[in-house]
Design a protein around this ligand. Structure first.
Ligand SMILES: Cc1ncc(COP(=O)(O)O)c(C=O)c1O
Length: 368
């Protein structure tokens, strides 16, 4: 068998014609940036998340940056986040002139540990930026018990996830989504969204994405060019119709992995945990294995693709060396970077493929 870690080709076979038709309509309309397709998509995301406001932007990184800006984060401020995430989380904080203050993760969930985070709060703390990594929400309810300030969700990987029945995007004061093509809801290019329940921040976001302007050619503050393209919104409007079905299938695949490992008594790996009250949308199915590198090479030889998200924690990235962190500062994040392995996960994966992956992992631990 040949099983990629991820592929879009099967999905495109399924939905290609509907997407092409929607793209064609945009071409014929001549309206390529913002416009009715973008507005319709914004309204649907606002409704789905129950936030009231959703502002389409060019990508998830800008969504984070603009959410921080709308909340007034800037030079001299600190923003608490985790080092075990994609670079954009911390990069966006630095773009505002503020400083990322890292706090370690919980190794079972890969998300911010609320108790540790509370110990990082200082008079300069202006916001917290927890990440819903791999499709599982960070425990924002617990963070709220420690911190009364602004909480911004990095929901890039978690559309459709819930925390005690509250959707990702609705629990923080603001949230950033990415529709990068490989995300659970992916465009045919870059796209992003900020959600908020605060109408003043929504107005600010709409201005910041067009160079800080509410009235054309009048600029009240410094913004950027970060608008959502109509073609991407048209693609996303079609794909959003499938999201619930795709999410269910991801959850079924995760359950099949779990049951398979239990049945074959594979006890040398840590499986993703889903704490009570959380629903996981499995953007990734990420296990931890001490023998990670040998396991991934073994699987590769047997036609199974895997990926390491993320091989180097942000506090150890050369680009962030000026923050002054060192090896040893965040031991759980460092352990995760050495042990994580994301197994094939996409809705079109077949049961036979899942079983084959389980079988090969069992064979690795049972001596090949
Ligand atoms: C956790 C996280 N934050 C932020 C981003 C940035 O999103 P984008 O690639 O759309 O800029 C991504 C995705 O790439 C992500 O996974």
């Amino acid at each position: 068998m040949n099983i990629p870690a991820f592929t879009l080709s099967r999905q495109i076979q399924e939905i290609g014609p509907a997407v092409e038709e929607a793209m064609h309509e945009v071409v014929n309309s001549g309206q390529f940036i913002l416009g009715p397709q973008v507005q319709a998509f914004e309204e649907r995301i606002a409704q789905m998340t129950g936030t009231g406001y959703a502002v389409g932007v060019a990508n998830g990184s800008d969504a984070l940056y603009l959410a921080l800006r709308a909340a007034g984060v800037g030079p001299g401020d600190e923003v608490i986040t985790t080092p075990f995430t994609f670079f954009a989380t911390a990069g966006s904080i630095l773009r505002t002139g503020a400083k990322p203050v890292f706090t370690d993760i919980n190794l079972d969930t890969f998300n911010m540990d609320p108790d540790q985070a509370s110990a990082r709060i200082s008079p300069r703390t202006r916001a917290m930026l927890p990440v819903h990594l791999f499709g599982l929400m960070a425990d924002i309810d617990a963070l709220r018990q420690h911190y009364a300030g602004v909480i911004i969700e990095d929901a890039a990987q978690a559309i459709g996830a819930t925390l005690r029945n509250k959707p990702a995007g609705s629990v923080g004061d603001l949230a950033a989504f990415s529709f990068f093509p490989t995300k659970n809801l992916g465009a045919f290019g870059d796209a992003g969204m900020v959600t908020t329940t605060n109408d003043q921040w929504a107005t600010m976001l709409r201005s910041l994405r067009v160079h800080g302007s509410r009235q054309k050619y009048h600029h009240e503050w410094l913004g950027i060019n970060s608008r959502l393209d109509a073609v991407q919104a048209a693609v996303l409007n079609v794909k959003l119709n499938y999201l619930a079905h795709w999410t269910t299938r991801r959850q079924q695949i995760a359950e099949r992995y779990r049951q398979g490992f239990v049945e074959r008594r594979v006890s040398d790996i840590h499986l993703p945990s889903v704490p009570q009250g959380f629903s996981h949308v499995f953007h990734q199915y990420t296990i931890r294995a001490e023998a990670r590198d040998r396991l991934s090479a073994y699987l590769k030889d047997r036609g199974i693709g895997t990926t390491v998200y993320y091989p180097l924690s942000l506090h150890l990235q050369p680009a962030l060396r000026d923050l002054g962190y060192r090896l040893g500062d965040f031991p759980r994040s460092e352990q995760a970077q050495d042990e994580v392995l994301s197994l094939p996960m996409f809705p079109e994966l077949t049961d036979q493929e899942v079983d084959y992956v389980v079988q090969q992992i069992a064979a690795f631990y049972q001596g090949g």
